[in-house]
Design a protein around this ligand. Sequence first.
Ligand SMILES: [Cu+2]
Length: 387
Amino acid sequence: MRRVVRILGVLLLLVASSASSSLGQEATPASTDSILATLGYPQLDITITSEAYQVVQTDVPAGLVLLAVTNQSGVEAAATILAPPEGMDQAGFQATVEATPQTADEFPAFLYQARLPGGPVVPPGQVGYAVVEVAAGEWTILGEGDQTPAFFTATEPSGAPSEEPDADLTIEMREFAFTGLPEAIPSGRQVWQIANTGEQPHMLMATAVPDGVSLDQILASIDTAATPGARAIEFGETVGLEIASPGQTAWLEVNLQPGTYVVACYVADPESGMLHVAMGMAALVVAGDDAGPATPVAPAATAEAMAATVDIADFMFTPGELEIEVGTSVTWTNQDQSDHTVTAEDDTFNSRILNQGDSFDQRFDDAGSYPYICALHPFMKGSIVVS
Ligand SMILES: [Cu+2]
């Protein structure tokens, strides 16, 4: 499967961003409350490291499945879920893949035939969620880079088919446009229903771009993106839905910071070889900060009285262990030039990538011990003890 992995890597090349380019997005208190994770779908926990795709569950019932993808690879990565076309088994598919000429800059033909329900694209140190529909059978999970793929089996569904998740936006992907995508949306956590109603595979990538740039400037910049360092525009973090086959519908949970995003599809048209983004599948979306997620705010007097800080410097959390009272808000500030995260070992809290100068707040309302690490540098450990 190594070849597939390499070829898929090409697809993400255009939108791959370094962990350090987040365009000055302010880190905000992470809401650990995934919307999709509360709905009770069968769940597939996927972890991406720099070496491998890993799954906790090797079996899930066929039907709507929640993909919860933790990206510990240090770079942007996606969980691409893939199965052979109808009527072809894994061995036959593998042979087809192996027979595909490995030309790095061509979109591999078998991806037009493979079944791809879509999967989340996840910035480093974060967890991405999507509900996708998987048919019974053998599935492969792979993506960018040389990581070892993972495999799982979708068994025959046991109960009644699940209801579809509620969506904040309903978006269609087709040749060659996104429909249902407004120019302005609220920031914060929401669910996008994304349906491929076209005849080709499509993807939806939302990449942070500087405020005020035009779509023309972005398209010109994407044109040169294959040459490293040749970009005219600095692209920030990307979230999105990986390639989905015609007829597929997926529900992607996004948690956009306020800012401007280019939403685009980087699949190639089989006839012309042109990327869909250059054929009209591109739009600018501004996420506003006036309708962000409801972040619980403590009464000012209480918050002032109960606050503590942790410095992140020299690849250390200082103090390493912090004792606080229930109700205290802790603010971490990254003083390092290197990016870091503040990620609870039990996932109760998780900052986004913190660039130098960025801060992250978390209020602790329950007594207990909260060990945490930097997801980018797991040797960096700290703990909050709440009593
Ligand atoms: Cu497309």
